[in-house]
Write a protein that binds this ligand. Structure first.
Ligand code: URA
Ligand code: SF4
Length: 207
């Protein structure tokens, strides 16, 4: 698999990226997904939040963060004092990866490292188009895609990070931080504490 590069139009705006991503054959994930899911939000958003990949509902709707994790994220963003409608939401991987162990329900499966690397040119193009001043990496997949595979969200969540050279941008974000993925809060046995910790990290964006 060649990676997404050859399908990513140069200097493209959001509409052009959304159209082009549907043709991507950069890795095998397009084969079983319903459609690719490009990020969404105001074209001049100052804040971009990056998740892992579309889930079951996102895959069907063609929109990011419309399912349970997305709803929790909106609650956390609001509680942190930010307006969710001003934030651009996207994922590092644009097609839904899943297994069907019982042959009916689609169960989320995290993308492999090579699939993340294959898809990253789309995120890079979104960053170059939106030019956010703040980027929030949600969970290990997004954090490792941007910061490198040695990066640990558990150790460094909420810290202000430096934009890495591996994703060169003319105008890199001034503020970068990583936190947990909202779906980890959904699954948590200590939901209230983990939700509060996510809100705390997101408050760094508001301050
Ligand atoms: N989880 C993600 O990482 N992204 C979505 O769009 C939905 C759930
Ligand atoms: Fe292309 Fe990314 Fe979809 Fe793979 S997951 S086919 S690289 S858009």
């Amino acid at each position: 698999w060649p990676g997404a590069e050859q399908w990513v139009p140069e200097h493209a705006d959001h509409d052009a990226l959304s159209a082009a991503v549907q043709r991507c054959r950069g890795c095998d994930l397009y084969e079983n997904a319903t459609q690719a899911v490009m990020g969404e939000g105001p074209p001049d958003a100052r804040v971009m939040m990056v998740g892992e990949q579309p889930g079951d509902q996102e895959d069907q709707a063609g929109q990011p963060f419309v399912g349970p994790a997305g709803k929790l994220l909106v609650r956390a963003i609001t509680e942190a004092g930010l307006d969710p409608t001003t934030i651009y939401r996207t994922n590092v991987v644009k097609h839904f990866r899943f297994t069907m162990p019982s042959g009916t329900r689609r169960i989320h499966k995290s993308p492999a490292g090579w699939q993340v690397r294959a898809c990253v040119p789309w995120l890079h193009a979104e960053l170059a188009d939106v030019r956010p001043s703040t980027v929030v990496l949600l969970g290990a997949t997004a954090a490792k895609a941007v910061m490198g595979t040695d990066f640990s969200v558990t150790e460094r969540r909420g810290e202000l990070l430096t934009w890495p050279d591996r994703l060169p941008l003319d105008e890199p974000p001034e503020r970068l931080l990583a936190t947990v993925h909202p779906s980890s809060v959904l699954r948590s046995n200590d939901h209230d504490a983990d939700f509060a910790a996510l809100v705390d990290d997101l408050r760094r964006v508001a301050s």
